[in-house]
Design a protein around this ligand. Structure first.
Ligand SMILES: CC(C)(COP(=O)(O)OP(=O)(O)OC[C@H]1O[C@@H](n2cnc3c(N)ncnc32)[C@H](O)[C@@H]1OP(=O)(O)O)[C@@H](O)C(=O)NCCC(=O)NCCS
Length: 179
């Protein structure tokens, strides 16, 4: 009986090898049914968590720096999480959770973690909390409301200040998925 060797690596994008980048693009393109290399090119500064089963990339998540503002408070330095994906043939084995737990430990120096979930209940089990207040996008000093069906979850780090989850949450505009 053989047991799978599962390994996790945390790699900033400038340190990624072409093989690693190609593997991330291939996995995320397959899982999200789009050309993920487009998103990788849009945000050059990312940190990837790579999960390998017997040497094959099967699970992935990344974070990037994104300022977020609660109410009228100061801009907080958030680790904004994206590209959470486990290969369809490798799900329900704890690999995705292992990647997220590694990521959660790695972002302890940030003011908070945040993401826009496709599977909110899965993240809630891992300690993420739903933002209850309105979501805003700021562009050129103007605020635009986000439609109500958009959801954001946050993760508290040791540096997270006291948060009013019912207050507004604002992010700067960006040229792709706003949340
Ligand atoms: C969401 C996603 C990343 C989860 O990945 P995963 O590797 O299957 O996640 P896990 O195995 O850690 O957890 C999945 C479930 O398996 C269970 N599980 C955990 N370890 C397990 C194990 N060793 N054996 C069997 N089941 C296990 C978990 O309890 C969890 O149960 P749940 O379905 O009741 O929530 C994956 O389904 C995926 O890529 N989905 C498509 C892309 C997507 O939606 N990404 C999120 C975008 S925000």
């Amino acid at each position: 009986m053989s047991s799978v060797v599962f390994q996790l690596f945390t790699v900033p994008s400038p340190m990624m090898t072409p093989v690693q980048s190609d593997a991330v693009s291939a996995l995320c393109s397959q899982v999200f049914q789009l050309d993920y290399s487009y998103y990788m090119d849009l945000c050059p500064d990312r940190v990837h968590v790579l999960g390998y089963a017997d040497g094959r990339l099967v699970a992935h998540a990344l974070w990037l720096d994104r300022p977020l503002r609660v109410g009228d408070g100061p801009w907080l330095r958030s680790a904004y999480v994206e590209g959470v994906a486990t290969h369809a043939d490798y799900r329900q084995r704890g690999y995705g959770s292992a990647v997220i737990r590694r990521l959660q430990a790695a972002i302890s120096g940030y003011d908070l973690g945040a993401l826009s979930p496709a599977v909110p209940e899965w993240y809630v089990k891992l300690g993420w909390e739903r933002w209850q207040g309105p979501l805003w996008i700021e562009q050129d000093g103007a605020l635009e409301a986000t439609p109500d069906d958009e959801m954001v979850l946050i993760y508290r780090t040791p540096r997270t200040p006291q948060l009013d989850l019912a207050a507004s949450l604002t992010a700067p505009w960006r040229p792709f998925e706003l949340w």
